[in-house]
Write a protein that binds this ligand. Sequence first.
Ligand code: PLP
Length: 390
Amino acid sequence: MHYDFDKIIERQGTNSVKYDLRKQLFGSEEVLPMWVADMDFETPDFIRKSVVERANHLIYGYTFRSNAYYKSIVDWQKRHHNWKITKDWILFSPGIVAALNMIVLALTNPNDEIIVQPPVYFPFFTAVKNHKRCLVYNNLILPEQGYRMDFDLLEKQAKTAKMIILCNPHNPVGRSWKTDELQRLSEICIKNDLLIISDEIHCDLVLPPNKHTVFASLNTEIAARTITLHAASKTFNLAGLSTSSIIISDEKLRETVKTYIENLHVDMGNLFGIVATQTAFEKGDEWLRQLLVYVNRNVDEVCDFLSKHLPKIKVFRPEATYMVWLDFNAYGLTDNDIRSMLIEKAKLGFNSGIEFGSNGSGFYRMNLGCPLQTVKQALLQLKQTFESYE
Ligand SMILES: Cc1ncc(COP(=O)(O)O)c(C=O)c1O
């Protein structure tokens, strides 16, 4: 079966964050929205079918997650990432950000130091700061060959820190961390008794030929201190269904997190989220394969176009995610200048890099989870605005 990722779908008027909050966020409804990380592709037909089938039943009462639901997650991890997990390791969370916050609260104390690696998905900052824990910035470094972790600095910071929040793969810079990099990180974590939250929400969106390594799968010692976060939400465009997993092999850690979640009574979940997640993991292999080919094609388009027409914009070709990280610093303009050029002249709604940390200044994140036609239109608008600055 061939899936159609070219189809343009009208999302305006559906209370879509990406489309219907444009006026609020960009001051204009005219911007082409390429910001928040959901996709403009239709949620796969086999998932919609299973949700509609369940919706056709006349009662939407309290629902538990069946063995088949857990089996779909266990099998997916084994099939796609060669990670062997068991049903009892899997806890429910209504979202990954909710999970981050609950885990920080359950496993750390006020004033504990928690390390993050900017530029990084900004809710990592609030999950630490909002609970009066102490944020420690282990900024990524940017040598010629692209973003790397600053292990020398991390060695020092890890001595007093309690936890690190790893983004694996990394949003927004698009790195799919290689096994040797994760190995080095794991040695530092073990040596310094650090807990790790590994946010792997983008792990199924690793673009071929890159390969994902599950951090907790490195060895049993690292597994015993790692909390892995995973969901079908990004991969299959189900973000509105609020269903995700916290996977913990260590029984003691798991019991602490589980008790915290159960005491909040947020583990009931959403019945349609359960159905959609199970179906995605049972039937989604081929759809995902085709999606990744399409996204890689969109990435090629951006790389080729910018190197030809706007070479001052440096593109960080993503190894994972459908987002591309663009560096506008060569123009020598301020963040505000670039932002107003993008919104007012180019009419493009990208995420400002500065939101992801101070080392995101001058960068923008562009969402390529959309038809090629939309990507081409955006590039044209970008060219018309910036070509006179080349
Ligand atoms: C790294 C990362 N974690 C978590 C999320 C959001 O997860 P959720 O919607 O389940 O809270 C995103 C969304 O962009 C993300 O990029």
